[in-house]
Design a protein around this ligand. Structure first.
Ligand SMILES: Nc1ncnc2c1ncn2[C@@H]1O[C@H](COP(=O)(O)OP(=O)(O)OP(=O)(O)O)[C@@H](O)[C@H]1O
Length: 251
């Protein structure tokens, strides 16, 4: 469904990812794992088209560089960590922007299907009661849910999430991850997410990659990726024993 082949990413002379190849299949929840600064966000930025790269990224066999931007936006939804919130738009207005890729212009009216997708996104992210509130009045966690609702309203085939639980308390983390799991069951969809919490990666993910020193050191089934030796190599500490003994967490 989604294929990255021989990807290289550099900032000027600084190469950050080298010869990265992996495939994401239908209904995968694919985890991008690795320590700080290893290139996870750069990879997501390359996929979103905001960062240049060498190599190929294909969606259903088509190079994404050849996809018209509207088609790309109808198929690939990206939730980043940074949100620009300068103007007092309402929650509903921000979520409605998720339907932009389906509209003739920004000013054309919303279709019945647009409204249905917006309502569903507001409902499953628990934002109904905030729909008329200004986004400037929201907490970090509420804002994260608004942008998740926007990307769900977009109804993409691939949902790319850069730390989706950022700013969320435990109850909302649970709700958001469950919502995403349910979203993933329908049609031909997949989720690609950057996750730092390895126990969450193991619980929700089925496949993934582990990055270290510009390269992939593991890819495939999440249990194999999270093998002790791989984690120790990537993070330079005994991750499993620390997680298990100190925090009692299961990975
Ligand atoms: N705009 C930029 N210009 C130059 N170097 C950059 C730029 N953005 C990122 N980098 C560098 O690229 C490398 C990878 O950064 P990136 O943000 O992709 O890592 P990451 O794995 O997402 O990190 P984190 O887990 O801390 O969010 C880092 O060394 C970073 O300093």
């Amino acid at each position: 469904m989604f294929e990255v082949k021989n990807l290289n990413i550099s900032y000027g002379n600084k190469n950050v990812l080298n010869d990265i190849s992996f495939e994401v299949k239908k209904n995968d929840w694919f985890m991008i794992l690795g320590p700080n600064g290893v290139g996870k966000s750069s990879l997501v930025n390359a996929i979103s088209g905001s960062l240049s790269y060498e190599g190929t990224i294909k969606f259903k066999g088509i190079d994404i560089k050849n996809l018209p931007s509207k088609i790309k936006a109808q198929n690939i939804g990206i939730l980043t960590q940074q949100h620009n919130v300068t103007y007092p738009y309402s929650v509903e207005e921000i979520v409605s922007l998720g339907r932009y890729a389906y509209r003739k212009s920004l000013f054309s009216s919303l279709s019945e299907n647009d409204n249905m997708q917006i309502e569903e996104a507001l409902l499953i992210t628990g934002l109904n009661k905030y729909r008329e509130d200004s986004i400037l009045s929201l907490s970090g966690g509420e804002l994260q849910r608004v942008f998740l609702a926007q990307v769900l309203a977009q109804d993409p085939k691939i949902l790319i999430l850069d730390e989706p639980a950022n700013h969320l308390d435990l109850a909302y983390q649970e709700q958001i991850f469950t919502t995403i799991s349910e979203w993933l069951q329908k049609d031909d969809r997949c989720v690609i997410s950057i996750i730092h919490d390895l126990s969450v990666a193991k619980y929700y993910g089925n496949r993934g990659i582990l990055l270290h020193n510009k390269q992939l050191i593991a890819k495939g089934n999440i249990e194999d990726v999270l093998e002790s030796e791989n984690l120790e190599r990537a993070y330079r500490i005994n991750v499993k024993s620390i997680m298990n003994e100190r925090y009692g967490l299961w990975i």
